[in-house]
Design a binder for this molecule. Structure first.
Ligand code: COA
Ligand code: AMP
Length: 628
């Protein structure tokens, strides 16, 4: 534990010295002389007088330093069978051309570019092109519906929206353009231009002059490729919306400098991956895991990153991941536990593994949700490589707790993402803010300042940043997760303490689903809980109370509500389960006892809270919760 402990201790006792050294991993146009500006605490700023460009660090510098002909990006679509490889030089050329196009459409430093795209190379190109111009991208996951996209467009106020004609899901082509058109009809803000990548599977209708085909846009800008605009380290690189406890998403703001330093540091030290190696994150660019570990970190490191359009199962079978590993000689795979559970369900004894050579694979990294010990054991057995959990959030942008494979590989413990990553001072607090002793469960918090790469604020909402994260315990960031630290310093993350749920590694707010249910004319009140699910970790379950005198058939109502959630939030919510009940259990102050409901649904014998208003209501609900 020597190297990890020493490095971690140093990062906390001398953060300025530690991160000054790590800043040397990045190419700067103006090297920072100040490492950490504490003058506006709790709004800390890393490398405030440094200037750089994120795209330069991802592409240009590798081309200049002899990696021009190395593959930067491998696109592998299990949906269409297409494979494509881009060298660093080729990717740079495409990014510079598209940046030229964006610039021609009026995008400049600080302007926002919303990207609503499936897993195709153009999504990565659009992100990097935005970074190249010093603009701020905001990628919206394709599984979100028009209304969610509209909220993000109104908040981010993009100059340009970049999209595609369709995404491909097993058995269905998802037409993106009608969703985008509906979102723009709902939104108050209108972009100047919408760029659409037309895919072979579906041609979108373009409405001139607002809509421009990707290839036409490229021709417009391609004759004048854009160079890198240098920005302040503290300027925003992207906004990524994530679910909070209310229906309104939070726009997490990431800076350029801290992000580049932290992510570049993370690749060799946490993920034991460096230049020239093949790295694959099976996630989606719409999530933070995709931002950090499909796009930015592997490219900062000069590695080869795989962009996979497909699923772990059904495209075509449970050997899909192993096929990709063999075909591209992947050395490290990073995915979510749900993906493994899906494979395990179809191929419990891991027979498909035998059909492929996984000789290249050295590590399997897991994040996005708790890695349950059963899935951990299963993956370890069938793959024969270390299966390494790491815990983090959209807010932090990179792992808070991990087993640092490059710095100091420690013994793995099932159920724990291992130890605090250098830069993160993890403490478990009780409800009064006292630091708990080892093995006591409480709120997992991070002592301020947070390290580089973590959120700097919420977009246009400093107050909400403070009230959501910094006001619960003075001097700490509240992670929203509960858990404990054991005697060896290993962190155990047991789940959210708020109303955020995690469905197949996708973060959702029960509040936003409740808002959709409550809007139905027959519904008087409702509650949504995240119930344990064998495959997806959690799934949302809705409980609705009808308005007095409502005669609607419960089955008809359930169908309507399921359709509304799909329509308003998106298929990704996986909302399929609604029960009509006569009343909801509440405290005397009127708060719905969602946690108690969840515990009963999950089969634990939860004690009935002393604050309950009417215990009979809970008893009456018990069979519905337990599905007796
Ligand atoms: N665009 C449009 N629709 C999408 C979508 C996208 N980008 N991604 C998912 N959806 C849809 C799916 O088609 C599905 O629709 P359906 O209800 O019509 O079947 C719904 O959203 C739920 O999708 P998903 O969560 O993918 O569930 P699934 O049952 O189709 O597949 C898994 C289950 C386990 C295979 C899948 O969840 C998975 O691969 N998970 C990995 C998790 C992951 O990568 N998380 C990222 C964070 S690290
Ligand atoms: P997101 O912001 O979408 O990445 O979701 C972050 C949330 O997912 C965290 O707050 C946790 O609740 C959960 N999570 C992510 N990774 C892990 C992990 N390795 N172990 C336990 N929970 C995790």
């Amino acid at each position: 534990m020597g190297a990890w402990r020493d490095t971690h201790d140093r990062s906390l006792s001398d953060p300025e010295g530690f991160w000054r050294e790590q800043a040397g991993l990045v190419s700067w146009f103006v090297k920072p002389t100040v490492v950490l500006d504490r003058s506006r605490a709790p709004f800390y700023r890393w490398f405030p007088d440094g200037r750089l460009n994120t795209c330069y660090n991802a592409l240009d510098r590798h081309v200049i330093n002899g990696r021009a002909e190395q593959t930067a990006l491998i696109y592998d679509s299990a949906m269409t069978g297409v494979r494509a490889k881009f060298t660093y030089a080729e990717l740079l050329e495409k990014v510079a051309a598209f940046a030229g196009a964006l610039r021609a459409f009026g995008v400049g430093p600080g302007d926002r570019v919303v990207i609503y795209m499936p897993m195709i190379p153009e999504a990565v190109i659009a992100m990097l092109a935005s970074a190249r111009l010093g603009a701020v991208h905001s990628v919206v996951f394709g599984g979100f519906a028009a209304a969610e996209l509209a909220v993000r467009i109104d908040d981010a106020q993009p100059t340009v929206v970049v999209s595609a004609s369709c995404g491909l899901e097993p058995g269905r082509v998802v037409a993106y353009k009608p969703l985008l058109d509906r979102a723009l009809a709902l939104a108050t803000h209108q972009p100047r231009v919408v760029v659409v990548k037309q895919r072979d599977e579906l041609e979108a209708d373009l409405v001139e002059p607002r809509d421009v085909d990707w290839d036409t846009a490229l021709r417009a800008g391609g004759s004048d490729p854009a160079g890198c605009v240098d920005v302040a380290a503290t300027d925003p690189l992207y906004i990524l919306y994530t679910s909070g406890t209310t229906g309104r998403p939070k726009g997490i703001v990431r800076d350029n400098g801290g992000h580049a330093v932290a992510l570049t540091w993370s690749m060799p030290h946490i993920f034991d991956t460096s230049a020239g190696q093949v790295w694959w994150t099976a996630s989606d660019v719409g999530w933070v895991v995709g931002h950090s570990y499909i796009v930015y970190a592997p490219l900062f490191a000069g590695a080869t990153t795989v962009l996979y359009e497909g699923k772990p199962v059904g495209t075509p079978d449970a050997g899909a991941f192993w096929r990709v590993i063999e075909e591209h000689r992947v050395e490290a795979l990073f995915t979510a536990p749900t993906a493994l559970r899906a494979i395990k369900k179809e191929d419990p004894s891991g027979e498909r593994v035998q059909d492929y050579s996984l000789a290249s694979l050295r590590n399997l990294f897991m994040a996005g949700e708790r890695l349950d010990p059963e899935t951990y054991q299963w993956a370890t057995e069938i793959l024969g490589v270390p299966v390494i959990d790491n815990w983090w959030q959209t807010e932090t942008g990179w792992p808070i707790a991990a087993n640092l494979r490059g710095l100091d590989p420690l013994p793995l413990k099932a159920g724990s993402p291992s130890v605090p990553v250098p830069g993160f001072d993890i403490q478990v607090l009780d409800e009064h803010g006292n630091v708990l002793q080892p093995n006591n469960e409480g709120a997992i918090c991070l002592r301020l300042p947070l390290p580089p790469g973590t959120l700097t604020t919420l977009y246009n909402d400093d107050d909400r940043y403070v009230s959501s994260y910094l006001s619960a315990f003075d001097g700490y960031y509240l992670s929203g997760d509960g858990g404990y630290i054991d005697d060896d310093g290993y962190v155990f993350v047991m789940g959210r303490t708020d109303d955020v749920i995690n469905v197949a590694g996708h973060r959702l707010s029960t509040g936003s689903i409740e808002a959709v249910l409550a809007a139905h004319p027959a519904v008087a009140e409702c509650a949504v809980i995240g119930a344990a699910d064998q495959l997806k970790g959690q799934v949302p379950r809705g409980f609705v109370v009808l308005k007095a005198g409502q005669q609607i058939d419960p089955e008809v109502l359930a169908k309507e509500l399921v359709a509304s959630v799909r329509n308003e939030i998106g298929p990704v919510a996986a909302f399929k389960d609604v029960s009509v009940v006569s009343a909801l259990p509440k405290t005397r102050s009127g708060k719905i006892l969602r946690r108690t409901m969840r515990e009963i649904a999950d089969g634990t014998d939860a004690p009935i809270p002393s604050t309950i208003e009417d215990a009979q209501v809970l008893e009456a609900l018990r069979p519905a919760l337990r599905k007796d």
